[in-house]
Design a protein around this ligand. Structure first.
Ligand code: NAD
Length: 281
């Protein structure tokens, strides 16, 4: 039976480090959060971010812009925050209204204030193993894997899902540890090859958003399984991996909820503190 890889104990440890670093700062660091329009999901992220920030001594400033805001208006707004020395980090909440292109927006945030780690300059630094601001979900998955203490050198790591926020950056983080990395996606499934890759995974990370996509019987004996997926099934939240069957085979497995989720907001706060330090440097 697998050991549970829970996010909360790791998050608590990181939070303690953040508290100490914030306490040592001359001024409370400010996190500027921009919410464009009304969205229930985004509003709930904002609440949990504000709560986490407050508990860590970080000032959370919420800026609400109208649903009909233009891309140019949002760009101007971000540029003002970029040049505001009292702001340490900026996050633009997703989803954005359809008239605004997220890719353009993420490039307007100064790289040293980009606490989501999605500016091309920050993504580029991952390639060289020099990133200070990592995409939060990829960093969370990596922290869970590292918490097992298992040496990744030469291990078969398989990531299912190749999004810019999870699969792609995580593949570079795992390569940096000398794992042998395979990244699967919809093309892999449609070619009928997903099973063969999943079966060989000694480290398996799944970030797709399809309940039950990974059958428990495919999980290799002794594998580390990190399930990033979040799916609502009836009144329950489940991941992408069939948990009950997978936990009988894996050596470590994340619960959903309770695995990656509790860590991501903590990683955002850690990035905020890193961003504040980068601006002092
Ligand atoms: P995305 O939609 O950007 O990417 C989905 C990926 O899954 C793509 O690479 C796609 O090719 C692949 N895919 C789709 N169908 C597939 C199939 N049948 N077989 C193999 N691959 C397939 O998704 P995302 O933003 O990376 O999010 C993925 C999941 O992770 C979602 O459930 C999301 O809610 C969850 N998520 C959780 C957290 C967290 O904090 N726990 C954070 C971010 C995302």
């Amino acid at each position: 039976m697998a050991k549970l890889l829970e996010g909360k104990p790791i998050a608590d440890k990181i939070k303690e480090e953040i508290r100490q670093q914030v306490a040592a700062m001359a001024m409370k660091p400010v996190l500027a959060s921009i919410l464009v329009g009304e969205n229930a999901g985004a509003a709930s992220y904002v609440r949990s971010q504000a709560k986490a920030a407050e508990s860590l001594g970080i000032e959370y400033q919420l800026h609400k812009l109208g649903e009909d805001s233009t891309e140019a208006h949002l760009v101007d707004f971000i540029k003002k925050l970029d040049s505001n020395k009292s702001v340490a980090g900026i996050i633009v909440q997703m989803p954005l209204p359809k008239q605004i292109d997220y890719k353009k927006i993420s490039q307007c945030i100064l790289p040293e204030k980009d606490i989501e780690g999605m500016h091309p300059a920050n993504i580029g630094k991952i390639l060289f193993g020099k990133a200070k601001l990592l995409p939060c979900t990829a960093a969370s998955a990596m922290a869970l894997i590292n918490s097992t203490g298992v040496d990744l050198y030469g291990k078969e790591a398989v990531i299912v899902g190749h999004s810019e926020i999870v699969g792609k950056p995580l593949s570079l983080l795992l390569l940096d540890k000398f794992a042998t990395v395979t990244v699967c996606h919809i093309g892999t499934s449609e070619a009928g090859k997903l099973e063969e890759h999943v079966k060989k995974a000694e480290v398996l990370v799944v970030a797709v958003g399809k309940a039950g996509l990974i059958k428990g019987e495919l999980v290799k004996e002794g594998a580390i399984v990190v399930d990033v997926g979040i799916n609502r099934v009836g009144d329950k939240i489940v991941g992408d991996v069939e948990f009950e069957a997978a936990e009988k085979r894996a050596s470590y497995i994340t619960p959903v909820p309770g695995g990656v989720g509790p860590l991501t907001v903590t990683m955002l706060m850690r990035n905020l503190v890193e961003a504040a330090k980068l601006q002092l440097a």
